[in-house]
Design a protein around this ligand. Structure first.
Ligand code: PLP
Length: 285
């Protein structure tokens, strides 16, 4: 049984109930986060909460919570739910109103919901044990505010489903200029001639915390060159390695795109070096 938090109380998840007039339900009008935690230690807690606060400010949801408030909530959920491999889901919607009307209501109290769910053990930096991901490609048809971690995820859901129906684990997304943006629930990287390249942060992609940690550990180490610049579809299809990153997957090697091998079709050496550095450094964030 999972213990959840809803608007000031902790309870078994089955007892958590929200109003159908909640704008999170009616409009997807909310912001969320997922913070990974292993044996009671969270990865990237500060950056996750900073992104949450940025998202709330960007959509004008007023919630007077400090980082300490969020830390108390996360630690309580970790203690209540067994401190194994957990994803801590945090969700703030604009709140429940008496009518369905698009404009922001005055004096509405945000709904705060959180729960913990089991996630896979963190990936180990070992080529023999690594899960090799197969992905699809498609045109990115989402909105122009993909930097906001909105709960309105139908665009992402439809893109994920595109790959899923083809037996793939994810879908790489390309804008109208055939440039890589990200994947439906991950950021994306290529490796070419030993250099790690990823699209720059802008409104077309989520500023992933795993992306941030990975770029930082690579730059601090300094042995692998890193570049943030636009990446064409052609470059993706001719890359030596392709990776997708997210809080639960960390750095995931992609070995097939639309049924065709990436590079030599094997999990790469640069991935091994990158996941090794990530595993060693992630609890510093
Ligand atoms: N891009 C999208 C669209 C996502 O939904 C996610 C994670 O959910 C990511 C990227 C990766 O972000 P993070 O590394 O913070 O988990």
């Amino acid at each position: 049984m999972s213990i959840a938090y809803l608007d000031g109380s902790y309870m078994p998840i089955e007892q958590a109930k929200i109003s159908p007039m909640d704008r999170g339900f009616l409009f997807g009008d909310g912001i969320y986060e997922v913070v990974p935690s292993y044996a009671g230690k969270m990865v990237g807690f500060g950056p996750h909460i900073a992104r949450m606060q940025n998202g709330l400010a960007a959509v004008g949801i007023k919630l007077d919570w400090s980082e300490d408030n969020w830390a108390e909530l996360c630690n309580r959920l970790i203690n209540e739910n067994g401190a194994g491999n957990l994803g801590i889901y945090l969700h703030v919607s604009r709140g429940a109103d008496s009518k369905r009307f698009h404009a922001f209501p005055d004096n509405i109290a945000p709904t705060v919901f959180a729960y913990a769910f089991e996630i896979a053990p963190p990936p180990v930096a070992d080529k023999a044990l690594a899960k090799a991901y197969k992905v699809s490609t498609t045109r990115d048809l989402r909105w122009e505010r993909c930097h906001i971690k909105s709960t309105a995820l139908l665009g992402n859901v439809l893109h994920f489903q595109h790959g899923y129906e083809r037996g793939h684990d994810e879908t790489l997304l390309f804008n109208a200029n055939n440039e890589l943006t990200e994947a439906s629930a991950c950021n994306a990287f290529i490796v070419k001639d030993g250099k790690v390249i990823t699209p720059p942060l802008d409104n077309q992609l989520l500023p992933g915390i795993t992306r941030h940690i990975l770029l930082d550990v690579l730059r601090r180490d300094g042995s692998i060159a890193v570049e943030e610049r636009s990446v064409s579809m052609d470059e993706v299809l001719n890359a030596d390695e392709v990776w997708i990153t997210s809080s639960s997957k960390e750095v995931a090697p992609v070995t097939q795109i639309d049924g065709k091998a990436v590079g030599n079709g094997e999990v790469g050496e640069v991935w091994l070096a990158a996941q090794t550095l990530y595993s060693a450094g992630k609890f510093d964030y």
